[in-house]
Design a protein around this ligand. Sequence first.
Ligand code: GUN
Length: 297
Amino acid sequence: MTAHIIDGKAFSAKVQQMVTDHVTAMTADHGITPGLAVVLVGEDPASEVYVRSKGKRTVEAGMNSYEHRLDATTSQAELLALIDHLNADQSVHGILVQLPLPDHIDSALVINAIDPAKDVDGFHISNVGLLGTGQKSMVPCTPLGCLMMLRDHHGSLSGLNAVVVGRSNIVGKPMAQLLLGDSCTVTIAHSRSKDLAAICRSADILVAAVGRPEMITGDFVKEGATVIDVGINRIATPEGKTRLVGDCHYDSCAAKAGAITPVPGGVGPMTIACLLANTLTACARSHGLPEPEGLTA
Ligand code: GUN
C-alpha cells in the first residue's frame, strides 16, 4: 500500500488562515483583537526558537503578541506576580509559560496560577479535569492538532480503534481523551506495555508519542492504518551530521499505513497553529462571542 502523506505544513497554513480570517472579522465587527502573552524564563536556546516563532506567527494572524523575557535567576514569587498581572490584564486572552522552567521554580504551581480561561496550553488542572469529564475546556495544542488532522482525513472517527503510544500529560493522556470524545475505542500503551507491537497492530489510528526515535516500525502497523507521529528526535547520522526523525520508522511504517504524517512537516507545524486557534477561542469565550467553528475540540 502506498500511504497518503498527511501534509501538516499545508494543513497548518490552512488553520492559520482560518484563525486570521476570524481575527480580522472580530477586530472589524467588535473592535476586539486577541492577545497572547508568552513568558520565557532563562535562555534555553530551543525555547528561544519556539518563543520567537510563536510571537511571529501570532502577529501574522493579526493578534497582539506580548513577550516577557525574564532572567534565569527570576524568583518564583516574581514569576507568580507577573502571572497575576497577566490574569488581570484585559488585553491578554492567552498566557503561555514556556517549559521547562529553571529548577528553582515549581512548574505545576506556576501553571496552576494561570487563569484557566487564559490557559492556552490546556495544562491547568481545571482544564485537565474538564477535558477528562467531556466538558468545554482549553485543549493542549499538539493533541488538538492531531485531532484536526485525523478529522480532516477520516471525517468521522466514530467506532475506530485508536492506540496512543505514550502517556505524557502534554500529549498521550489528552490525545486519548480527545479520541474518546470522538467515539473511538481507545487504548493507551507505552514503552513498558507487554507485546506493544500486537497492541499497535489492532489500531485503525496509531498515535506515536513515546519520545523514542524510530521505535515504532512497520511490523507495528496494521495494513491501511492511519499513523500520526508526534515524535521529534534529533539523531546522529553515519556522516557525522544530525537529522530529525519521529517516533516511527518512516519508510517501514509508510509501506503498511493508509496515511501517515512525516517528520518534519507533520504534527510539528500544527502545534503553533493550534496555539493561535486556542488564543482566538479564549478571546471569543471571554467576550461571549460564538466559538470559531472547526478550530476547537
Ligand atoms: N515547551 C515545549 N513545548 C511546549 C508547549 O507546548 N508549551 C509550553 N508551555 N512549553 C513548551
